[in-house]
Design a protein around this ligand. Structure first.
Ligand code: NAD
Ligand code: 89V
Length: 341
């Protein structure tokens, strides 16, 4: 049976969702919603979707849906997720999940009470190179990981496509660090403590554009998560996340250009873990674009198998708690303990 979805929020990033939905057999976006009629018309025409709404409340009343994909910015997530829960429509919500922990927890509660699945579109861990690193860790080839560095440093102009990123009081941890912290959790497990420092180098924006974070993981491992949009490099790496993992028996280095070097008792192996360039993708975004297809495929599989998505709302509360704690640490200079509430 074909699964019928609706997409809310026809902005900058939603084009990737819509392209990816077209590539997923057995699922179809049957309706679109955006409060901006021009954007609604543009995406409706481009993707051949005739059912269009400027008011999400109308969409939920009039459409018979198997899921909804919310691709608006964080300020509207709670309202829309609670609306979906009220209509018992399984929901995907873009990151950042919410502007506050209170909102994030309320959304998880609303979906649990309605008995519907909720997945946060936290796609970075679904990138091909990140999955490749996780596969090596899982294989046991490098032994027990005791250290990781997960690093995203760039000077790419993200503000031209997403002008709101220059306007918020918070920037890099909330928008980008959230992905990188999630990757650290994905690779090394949950964190118990975090220490963070932030800087603003670009005077034209309001929030911080550099963040350096130190995490203690429950496993005993330590990680450094560092993010910058103020780093000019010989070859611009956007949007590559670089990873180093040291284990008791070896190491992994995911370097720029999507090259992964694994050193283990079996020797040294270099693998090209570059993402595919999907027909609708454009460099340098293709790594992220491929992960959109991967996470949406995962959602459909989970819906069909009645399984909890790996980045469920419940799981994402832990990534969101790291974001909140990082800002608290940067503000106070203190290490924040995540184990006591
Ligand atoms: P955008 O501002 O370009 O688009 C948001 C759209 O939502 C706008 O067209 C707006 O009119 C519409 N909208 C807002 N409130 C609405 C409502 N109540 N009902 C209907 N429509 C509404 O934003 P964007 O850059 O596309 O980002 C959207 C989200 O995607 C953000 O949360 C952002 O952080 C996230 N994002 C994720 C990734 C990723 O890789 N996961 C990449 C980029 C952006
Ligand atoms: O993935 C994101 O959320 C984007 C970007 C990669 C530009 O930070 O906002």
């Amino acid at each position: 049976m074909e699964l019928r979805g609706a997409l809310i929020g026809c902005g900058f990033f939603a084009a990737n969702h819509l392209h990816a939905w077209q590539d997923i057999p057995g699922a179809r976006i049957v309706a679109l919603c955006d409060r901006d009629p021009a954007r609604l018309a543009d995406y409706g025409d481009k993707f051949g979707i005739q059912s269009r709404y400027t008011d999400a409340a109308d969409l939920f009343v009039r459409e018979k849906l198997d899921f909804v994909d919310i691709a608006t910015t964080a300020g509207t997530h709670r309202l829309l997720v609670e609306m979906a829960a009220q209509h018992r429509v399984p929901t995907i919500c873009q990151k950042p999940f919410a502007p506050s922990m209170e909102d994030a927890e309320a959304m998880v509660r609303a979906c649990e009470a309605a008995g519907i699945p909720l997945m946060v579109h936290e796609n970075f861990r679904w990138q091909t190179p990140i999955q490749a690193v996780a596969d090596v860790i899982r294989s046991g080839r490098i032994g027990k990981p005791f250290f990781a560095r997960v690093s995203f440093r760039s000077a790419y102009d993200v503000f031209s496509g997403q002008p709101y990123l220059a306007e918020g009081e918070r920037f890099i941890i909330e928008d980008l660090g959230i992905h990188i912290l999630d990757v650290a959790r994905f690779l090394l497990g949950d964190a118990s403590r975090i220490t963070a420092r932030t800087q603003r180098v670009n005077p034209a924006i309001r929030g911080e554009d550099v963040a350096t974070m130190l995490l203690d993981h429950a496993s005993g491992a330590t990680s450094v998560v560092d993010c910058s949009y103020a780093t000019r490099l010989a070859t611009e790496p956007f949007p590559e996340t670089l990873v180093e993992v040291d284990g008791s028996d070896g190491s992994i280095r995911l370097g720029q250009g999507y090259q992964m070097v694994v050193t283990s008792p079996q020797g040294v192996e270099t693998t090209d873990v570059a993402p595919a360039l999907l027909p609708w993708a454009t460099r340098p975004w293709h790594n992220i674009q491929e992960s959109v297809l991967a996470i949406q495929n995962h959602w459909i599989e989970c819906l069909r198998q009645r399984q909890e998505p790996t980045t469920s709302g419940h799981d994402n509360l832990k990534t969101f708690a790291l974001v909140e704690a990082a800002y608290r640490s940067a503000g106070t200079g203190q290490t924040i303990d995540l184990t006591n509430g």
